[in-house]
Design a protein around this ligand. Structure first.
Ligand code: SF4
Length: 324
């Protein structure tokens, strides 16, 4: 299996002026608690490999660094050190969480689909572009009458399909899906996940999925990377990481997910406490301030990744632990 995306030693530190917290994924309250320090440790020494034609999901709470990894891959911000790259001649596009922000409300959906073709498919004449637009609508399960509509006239799920069609107009090989279903109802979400699965398999696309929705990761991902406060704490196949987590943080994330079965509701255990400040992260293991299993060495030594199964890596000092 060839790699579509490779990251090695990827690090991103922001230097902020005091009081500026918007847009960098940190909690303003924790920033003010850390008054005096100005470096945000958004991503620290992250490495991974996303296989071609598959989905790599990066999961974790808000502020864990997953969106910063996506921005680094898209070239929207430079890395402090290390590297992340799309291998070969692979074009990359993004599908954002909020489809309304991705489209001009005063222009028709037809305009939104023609525009990228004028940029990326200069080989097509007007008739060729029109044919391609209809093809994109068909690929995303939308009818031709959408071309005359405006973003305000369609539902959130339909609009997300439009943004996917728009991303596909550039004929990418890699799609960054940044919380693609977070703004959708459960019933609409299932349809969109099915569409994304079909497009990936039919077009041979590679997805980097950024999500805090573990149900979506379960359905879409082949590989999972779990991030906490800028560090990767666990990685492996989706089956191994989400089915048999080896890191206390991953277990906590899974325990915090509501389950529809009323007999299991009492077992729900919300994650304790808040994510600490990325301006002044805890020493040693960054999860130690919330970890029920913390040991003395967790405060002094950052755990290194060790293999708990084939390709299943965890960064934790505990070699045996009980999740209960
Ligand atoms: Fe908990 Fe220590 Fe493992 Fe970190 S290294 S997850 S604090 S037991």
């Amino acid at each position: 299996m060839t790699a579509a995306i490779e990251a090695e030693g990827l690090t991103k530190h922001f230097t902020l002026k005091q009081g500026r917290t918007r847009g960098v994924g940190i909690n303003p309250g924790s920033w003010f608690r850390a008054r005096g320090s100005r470096t945000v440790h958004a991503v620290d020494d992250v490495g991974f490999r996303a296989e071609s034609g598959r989905t790599l999901a990066i999961i974790g709470e808000s502020g864990c660094g997953k969106s910063t990894v996506a921005k680094l891959l898209l070239g929207l911000t430079p890395a402090t050190s290390g590297s992340i790259r799309v291998t070969g001649e692979r074009r990359i596009q993004m599908v954002a969480q909020n489809p309304w922000s991705a489209l001009n409300r005063r222009k028709t959906i037809g305009h939104a689909l023609h525009q990228p073709l004028r940029i990326h498919r200069r080989d097509l004449d007007a008739a060729g572009r029109e044919a391609r637009v209809h093809e994109l609508l068909g690929l995303t399960g939308l009818s031709p009458d959408f071309l005359r509509r405006y973003p305000a006239d369609v539902s959130g799920g339909e609009l997300q399909r439009v943004t996917i069609a728009r991303a596909l107009a550039a004929e990418p090989r890699v799609l960054v899906l940044d919380e693609p279903t977070a703004s959708l109802d459960v019933s609409v979400k299932a349809g969109l996940v099915n569409l994304l699965c079909d497009l990936r398999d039919d077009l041979g696309l590679t997805y980097l999925l950024i999500t805090h929705e573990l149900d979506v990761a379960r359905l879409l991902a082949d590989q999972v990377l779990v991030m906490y406060l800028g560090h990767v704490v666990e990685s492996g196949t989706a089956e191994a990481v989400l089915g048999d987590p080896a890191h206390p943080y991953t277990r906590s994330l899974l325990d915090a997910v509501p389950v529809p079965d009323p007999r299991r509701r009492k077992e729900l255990r919300p994650l304790p406490g808040e994510v600490p400040s990325a301006v002044d992260p805890p020493s040693g293991c960054r999860f130690r301030t919330r970890c029920p299993h913390a040991l003395p060495q967790c405060a002094t030594t950052r755990p290194t990744a060790r293999e708990t199964g084939t390709g299943h890596l965890t960064s934790c000092h505990l070699t045996v632990w009980s999740p209960s």
